[in-house]
Design a binder for this molecule. Structure first.
Ligand SMILES: O=C(O)/C=C\C(=O)CC(=O)CC(=O)O
Length: 217
C-alpha cells in the first residue's frame, strides 16, 4: 500500500464516538492517519465548509477508507468488520450478534446523543451537569440490567465486541460528568477489565495527538 492509500480518521480526543472507532482500528491492527477536528476551537472546526463536505452532520468521527467516506461510528465499525473481519467484533451466533447490536444502540442512540455537545449547549450552562447525569444514569440503569443476562468478561460473553467499544467511552463520559457508578457493578467491572487491554489504552482520550497537556496520561 502506498502512503496515500492509508485510511484517514477525523477524530477529536474527547469525542466518545471517535474513541469507539479508534478502538476498532487498534483491535483490527489497521494502520491509519488522523486528522484532528477541534470541536471547541474557532467555534468548532466541525462547522468548516471543508469538514461539512465530508460529513453534513458536522460531527466526528468520519473515516476515509477504500475510496469512500463514512460517518456514524457504528456504520464505520460495521464496515471495518465486513472488510477486515479479524478479530471479529460481531459474534457469529445471531442471538449474541443481536445482543451486541442492542447494547451498541442502547448507548449510541439511547444515551450518548442526549449528552453530546450540541444538546448540552441547548440545555444551558447551569443545567448541563444535572442533565448529563440524568440521561447517563437512566441509560445505565437499563444497561446494568441488560448486562446481567448477557455479560461474561465483556458485554456479551467473554469476547470483545462492538458493544464494548461503545461501553468504555460512555463510562468515561459518566466519569467526566461525575455520575455515581456504585449502582452499576457490572458496567464498572467490564469497563475496568477492558481498560487493561492495549487497544483501549492506545486509543484513550488521554493519549491522542490533540490531547491538551493538562489532560495527558
Ligand atoms: O467538551 C468538549 O471538549 C467537546 C466535545 C466532546 O467532548 C465530545 C462530546 O460532544 C461528548 C461525547 O462524545 O459524548
Amino acid at each position: 500500500m502506498t502512503e496515500s492509500s492509508k485510511p484517514i480518521l477525523y477524530s477529536y480526543f474527547r469525542s466518545s464516538c471517535s474513541w469507539r472507532v479508534r478502538i476498532a482500528l487498534a483491535l483490527k491492527n489497521i494502520d491509519y492517519e488522523m486528522i484532528t477536528i477541534n470541536l471547541i476551537k474557532d467555534g468548532g472546526q466541525q462547522f468548516s465548509k471543508e469538514f461539512q463536505a465530508l460529513n453534513p452532520m458536522k460531527q466526528v468521527p468520519a473515516l476515509k477508507i477504500d475510496g469512500i467516506t463514512i460517518s456514524q461510528s457504528l456504520a464505520i465499525i460495521e464496515y471495518l468488520e465486513e472488510t477486515r473481519p479479524t478479530p471479529r467484533l460481531l459474534p457469529q451466533d445471531p442471538k449474541k450478534r443481536a445482543h451486541v447490536r442492542m447494547i451498541s444502540d442502547l448507548i449510541a442512540s439511547g444515551i450518548q446523543p442526549l449528552q453530546n455537545l450540541s444538546v448540552l449547549n441547548q440545555v444551558g450552562q447551569e443545567n448541563q451537569l444535572t442533565w448529563a447525569q440524568q440521561v447517563i444514569a437512566s441509560g445505565f440503569n437499563a444497561l446494568e440490567q441488560v448486562l446481567q443476562s448477557t455479560a461474561g468478561k465483556c458485554c456479551v460473553g467473554d469476547e470483545v465486541s462492538m458493544a464494548d467499544l461503545c461501553l468504555v467511552p460512555q463510562v468515561a463520559n459518566a466519569d467526566r460528568y461525575k455520575v455515581d457508578l456504585s449502582p452499576y457493578p457490572t458496567i464498572s467491572r467490564i469497563n475496568k477489565s477492558l481498560l487493561a487491554l492495549e487497544a483501549f489504552q492506545v486509543s484513550h482520550p488521554s493519549r491522542q495527538p490533540d490531547t491538551p497537556p493538562e489532560l495527558r496520561a
